[in-house]
Design a protein. Structure first.
Length: 592
């Protein structure tokens, strides 16, 4: 079955049915505010950090799949439907989803009423703009009801989905005209809030989920929508939402445009409230709403977003005999690399955004794919990554994008991690010719009192391998070596223990991991990465240091050939007992 097609002229993928094999998603945002959106408008949004600043709720692994998102419900004389088909799943007369560069357009049609919704995060904007264009394509006047819907997350996504005894008491909202504010914990200990607005007068609203949906109903049949009228509920605890209700009448051929903004605001602590000391300061929110309160302003914002992608994708272009190769290299691979730069592996439909942040290894690797597009931001990212390194060259395996501090819950001592910093820095220099990055003062573990130059960070990265070799002169595997599932040292027989932070009692005296288990993968990565470090030293006139580093590389090559060559292929590793892995002598796993 054909589910869609590429539109190369518009740089969009066009999905022609809502019933895809799995939700097909796009990513909105490129700086601080991000959203995940499926072809049926499922997903969620967050500010910088999908765990610590989650703005809307999403339920992973749900039944049915992809429940929760930014929904618009239409009640047309008793027929209830969504422009994106889900969650009501009324069969539509027409459906189309266009996933573009940082925007998504979903169009649905039912009984001569067409609804087109454009979702995007404008450049430099901490919010998601949702433009709804409703058109009566029939021959007679039509009156119908429109309901918006977003469910607030209480900021920390992990706490939000576990700490119910507390969270059922903390949710707070405020309704001011056509704007619904999410101000949970704002009075007490937060200086940020979110809002959901529409640029027109409304006929009602709901802010309490159970009042809108009904205790025994679901997203597919919310009570308020079925009744054709909002309840004007006001959430005090429980599960706060934001839903606007509007009754609309359109003449034959007439269209109406409504602009919704789902935004995030941070205020200086001394400016949190208005003069009365009680009312939240809405000056920033009002400015954000005004910035996109007309179709003309929305069109300009979307055009600006598209122009920025034209610029990014115009830096590198190839022409080959195969138009499919051209399409992937010139458009979609580069787009994917930018999305990966923005979020690393922190948030997707398979990574909840709760259990991890930005990976040290991953983010360094990602730089190789986008440094030609945004070198300034690549430099900033490299410095952020290096700032989570330790003085001995080791590093946190991940860090939280909001705080930019290493995540101790995930741990460190992944043996390959430090080497990727050498690769990303050298790639940046090769692309830009900017050698000044080596002079940047970069902290260890985000402590500027022990900061050193980036060059010193590369040095400790290189010698972290040299100083941690096993019996065969190969790098110790430590907790993991790129294949995070090969737990050569940190295996546990206790359910629920994480290998990433688990200290095996057998190796406790050795620092938590075996001083016997060795990684051939890291050895080869060292010989691949090392010459970049040597070239940097030579360019700087540090010939003695370059010679010393080259000697270590040569030693490693010798050790690989003597202890890792199995006769027909290279071993994968030596385990904690000194036994070969990935050898022709093995009964299983002869080749990795």
């Amino acid at each position: 079955m054909k589910f869609g097609h590429f539109d190369d002229q518009t740089r969009e993928y066009v999905i022609e049915t809502p019933k895809t094999p799995y939700p097909w998603i796009n990513y909105l945002g490129s700086e601080a505010f991000f959203g995940l959106i499926s072809n049926t408008a499922g997903g969620y949004c967050f500010y910088k950090d999908a765990r610590l600043r989650r703005i809307t709720r999403y339920r992973y692994n749900n039944v049915p799949i992809d429940m929760g998102g930014r929904y618009f419900y239409i009640n047309d004389n008793g027929t209830v439907w969504n422009p994106g088909w889900s969650p009501v799943k009324t069969e539509l007369d027409a459906y189309e989803c266009r996933h573009g560069m940082g925007y998504t357009i979903i169009t649905g049609k039912k009984n001569d009423l067409k609804a087109q919704v454009t979702f995007f995060v404008p450049n430099g904007y901490d919010g998601e703009v949702q433009q709804v264009v409703l058109t009566n394509e029939g021959s007679s006047e039509k009156t119908f009801k429109l309901f918006s819907f977003a469910e607030w997350c209480l900021w920390d996504a992990q706490d939000d989905c576990t700490n119910f005894q507390r969270n059922f008491s903390t949710g707070r909202v405020e309704v001011d005209g056509s704007v619904i504010y999410h101000k949970t914990e704002y009075r007490d200990r937060r200086n940020h809030y979110a809002f959901y607005s529409v640029n027109d007068a409304i006929d009602g609203y709901d802010t309490d989920r159970d009042s809108f949906i009904g205790l025994y109903n679901g997203f597919n049949n919310p009570e308020a929508v079925l009744a054709g009228k909002a309840t004007d509920s006001f959430a005090d605890g429980w599960s706060p939402i934001a839903s606007h209700y509007k009754e609309i009448t359109l003449k034959a051929g007439e269209s109406k445009t409504l602009i919704f903004v789902l935004g995030y605001v941070e205020m200086p602590v001394d400016q949190k409230f208005e003069a009365d000391g009680k009312t939240i300061n809405k000056v920033k929110a009002k400015a954000m709403i005004e910035k996109f309160d007309t179709p003309e302003k929305v069109a300009a914002g979307l055009a600006d977003l598209k122009a920025s992608w034209d610029k990014l994708l115009g830096i590198l272009n190839v022409t080959t005999p195969d138009d499919k190769v051209d399409r992937m290299v010139n458009i979609w691979n580069q787009y994917q690399c930018m999305v990966t730069f923005n979020l690393s592996r922190s948030a997707s439909y398979f990574e909840s955004g709760i259990g991890r942040g930005m990976g040290f290894r991953d983010s360094n690797q990602d730089i190789l794919g986008f440094v030609h597009q945004i070198p300034d931001r690549a430099k900033e990212r490299i410095i952020d990554i290096a700032s989570t390194q330790f003085p001995d060259g080791g590093c946190y395996h991940q860090y939280q994008p909001l705080t930019k501090k290493g995540n101790a819950d995930i741990g460190g001592d992944f043996s390959d991690d430090p080497l990727w910093l050498i690769l990303s820095v050298s790639a940046y220099i090769k692309e830009t010719g900017d050698w000044s990055i080596l002079d940047e003062m970069v902290p260890y573990d985000n402590d500027m009192s022990v900061a050193q130059t980036m060059l010193e960070h590369l040095k400790v990265s290189f010698y972290h391998i040299v100083n941690n070799l096993g019996p065969h002169g190969l790098p110790l595997a430590m907790r993991a070596d790129w294949n995070d599932c090969i737990n050569l040292s940190c295996y546990s027989d206790t359910p629920g223990e994480s290998f990433q932070t688990y200290t095996n009692p057998k190796f406790k005296a050795e620092g938590g991991y075996s001083k016997v288990a060795e990684s051939v993968m890291v050895a080869t990565l060292f010989t691949y990465t090392g010459p970049n470090y040597v070239a940097i030293l030579k360019h700087l006139g540090k010939d003695d240091e370059a010679a010393a580093a080259q000697a270590e590389i040569d030693k490693m090559k010798k050790n690989i050939m003597e202890s890792a060559w199995d006769g027909d292929w290279f071993l994968r590793a030596y385990d904690a007992n000194g036994e070969k892995m990935g050898s022709k002598e093995c009964e299983e796993g002869k080749i990795f």
